[in-house]
Design a protein around this ligand. Structure first.
Ligand code: NAD
Length: 260
């Protein structure tokens, strides 16, 4: 059903974004990868997707904290395929520290990557989606788009912003064949989570083992991490014709985190 649609997944060189790229490629979507990282590793991902799924793949290394680089990536998508059909705003970064010690540069970077880039890619993708009368914008937010945790002020603020932006875009595009939704995972074991364990231990004055037990799995009644593949499946579902009337929604996939 999605064969030959073009999907841009930001932050798809790792973790959840890479899982989403794989899932959409497996449905025949052509993939525009984006993210930081080693060029050889990116080429290996491209090669694997192209040979396994017989789709075209491209890579644009735009740093999403830079508006001009986002513009150049979206220009590339316009020139190469007349714009993207599916935009998955997935790239994200995290920093854990008490608010009074929070480095303002980290704050600005989190706002730029986790929130501002979602605005810029969306504003530049929507015109061609409107022309085609079809589009899917899926923002990988977080349960932190709905609830807070201490020591994650920038991340929580940015993700709450993504929730509001998602709803606003959904209203503005409601009659144009475009849907805009957010996927809100609890904890998924990716480099983003692995890298915050030490800082969380420091901020809370507990051991790393206690962070895992009390903070991470402690917050999820199922005591299980969500798998990257489960999130990719949810994104795929939101692209299907049967999801055409789902818009402006925040879809949790969190092992009961929000319910508790
Ligand atoms: P990850 O660290 O594995 O991947 C992050 C991706 O973003 C990478 O490809 C990285 O290169 C890219 N990225 C970071 N800064 C960038 C920049 N300036 N420009 C371009 N790309 C940049 O993390 P992940 O866990 O896969 O996170 C993906 C998304 O899922 C994020 O938005 C994150 O907030 C969200 N999320 C993750 C979890 C979790 O538990 N892992 C939970 C809820 C939400």
């Amino acid at each position: 059903m999605l064969k030959s649609k073009v999907a841009l997944i930001t932050g798809s060189t790792s973790g959840i974004g890479l899982g989403i790229a794989r899932r959409l490629a497996s449905e025949g979507c052509h993939i525009l990868l984006n993210g930081l990282g080693d060029r050889e590793a990116v080429e290996a991902i491209r090669y694997q997707l192209e040979t396994e799924y017989r789709v075209e793949t491209y890579y644009h290394g735009a740093d999403l904290s830079d508006v001009e680089q986002i513009g150049s990536m979206m220009d590339f998508s316009e020139k190469a395929f007349g714009g993207v059909d599916i935009l998955v705003n997935n790239a994200g970064v995290q920093h854990v520290a008490p608010v009074e010690e929070f480095d303002p540069e980290q704050w600005n970077n989190i706002m730029a990557v986790n929130l501002n880039s979602v605005f810029h890619t969306s504003r530049l993708a929507i015109p061609s989606m409107k022309l085609k009368g079809w589009g899917r914008i899926i923002n990988v937010a977080s349960i932190h788009a709905m609830v807070a945790s201490p020591y994650k002020s920038a991340y929580v603020a940015a993700k709450h912003g993504v929730a509001g932006f998602t709803k606003t875009v959904a209203l503005e595009t409601a009659r144009s064949g475009i849907t805009c939704n957010a996927v809100c995972p609890g904890y998924v074991m990716t480099p983003l989570v692995e890298n915050q364990i030490a800082d969380t231990a420091k901020a809370r004055n507990i051991t790393e083992a206690e962070v895992m037990e009390q903070v991470i799995l402690g917050a999820q009644p199922t005591k299980q991490f969500t798998q990257v593949e489960d999130i990719a499946e949810m994104v795929y579902f939101l692209c299907l014709p049967s999801a055409k009337n789902i818009t402006g929604s925040l879809q949790t996939i969190d092992g009961g985190y929000i319910a508790a």
